[in-house]
Design a protein around this ligand. Structure first.
Ligand SMILES: [Zn+2]
Length: 344
């Protein structure tokens, strides 16, 4: 029962108030941002890299950075070529407004140029090689841009539109002195397919997943492709309705088992960006066989993990998981009460 009480507390707890919401009276030291836990220094074969200066725990913020350049490109219209000229003008005027120190910082970033480009295109190439989408806009975050890519990254990131900052946080424990990695691409693809996508950044990936012995790499490739297929296969089954037919029930039991395998394979591959989705699937798959305890625990795990990227549970995804956890707790509680009545 202790677990259930703890869960009730988690699921009903109101999200913490963020610094942007606190008044000057409640302004605390924590609102000054976390102490710097990283340093940029040369990384063998990769130019500059970002390293942990102390142990960083899962969920710890590594960087909280406003965009130095922030542009909203004109809306993309079907059948009309993307107005590159307009973007260039926006980019140039944003750059011109920066201080000399900021300009130096931007121009020191890596730019992967195509053979047809010349020095006049450097700013555009820097943007293309380093910018992140922030809602409908594009932002350049020079500190975060120093973090190198890995197909098994130790950080995840999100854009907080309320504070206007991009947050990079640890998705697992990072040791002191360890290089910190992010991903530049979606990761449920084979090594070759990932490399093709990374060509646009102009480097060959030598991360721990890509540098494995052939056999281990093939196993990793297979897992990633299987995971991609499993996500697609589970998509139409994300409903709480309990199947009534014998065949339906048998299939649902198999799916519940498969959902646990999905989580295990993801954790084995270290693909933290997909955990919330997998925990959600496992919760629903167990609810469909009315196995309320694991269903509740998976939903709550999904909710707690989603808070890492969304501490105030503002997103639809986080709110859905919170509501699902609360719904499942009630179901689990009913089951416990029924069992007690039956045995008491
Ligand atoms: Zn790689």
């Amino acid at each position: 029962m202790l677990t259930l009480v703890a869960l009730l507390l988690t699921a009903f707890a109101s999200p913490a108030i963020s610094c942007s919401e606190s008044s000057w009276i409640t302004f605390s030291r924590s609102c000054l941002g976390p102490p710097q836990v990283w340093e940029a220094r040369p990384s063998p074969g990769k130019g500059i890299g970002v390293y942990a200066t102390r142990v960083i725990e899962p969920g710890d913020t590594i960087l909280s950075e406003p965009a130095m350049i922030h542009i909203t490109p004109p809306e993309f219209r079907d059948g009309v070529a993307y107005p590159l000229g307009d973007i260039n003008t926006l980019l140039q005027s944003s750059f011109d407004a920066l201080s000399p120190e900021q300009k130096t910082e931007v121009m020191s970033l890596h730019a992967h140029m195509s053979p047809s480009e010349d020095a006049n295109d450097t700013l555009m190439a820097i943007m293309r090689s380093n910018a992140y989408t922030t809602g409908n806009s594009l932002g350049l975050f020079p500190k975060g841009a120093r973090i190198n890519h890995s197909c098994r990254p130790s950080t995840s990131q999100y854009w907080n539109p309320q504070t206007g900052r991009r947050i990079v946080y640890a998705n697992r424990r990072i040791e002191e002195g360890e290089e910190i990695f992010a991903t530049y691409i979606p990761l449920l693809y084979s090594h070759e397919a990932r490399q093709r996508r990374l060509d646009q950044y102009g480097f060959k990936c030598t991360c721990e997943a890509c540098a494995q012995e052939q056999e281990a790499r093939q196993a990793s490739d297979q897992r990633r492709q299987d995971l991609q297929k499993a996500f697609v296969a589970f998509e139409p089954q994300l409903t709480l309705s309990v199947p009534q037919s014998v065949v339906g029930k048998r299939k649902a039991r198999k799916n519940a088992e498969a959902s646990v395998q999905l989580v295990e394979q993801l954790e084995e591959e270290g693909l933290a960006d997909y955990y919330v989705k997998a925990y959600h699937i496992a919760a629903i798959a167990h609810a469909r066989i009315e196995d309320w305890k694991p269903a509740t625990l998976w939903a709550n795990k999904g909710f707690e993990t989603s808070l890492l990227a969304d501490p105030n549970a503002r997103s639809t995804g986080a709110r859905e998981l919170q509501a699902l956890t609360n719904h499942l707790i009630i179901k689990w509680n009913e089951e416990l009460r029924e069992n007690m009545t039956r045995h008491g």
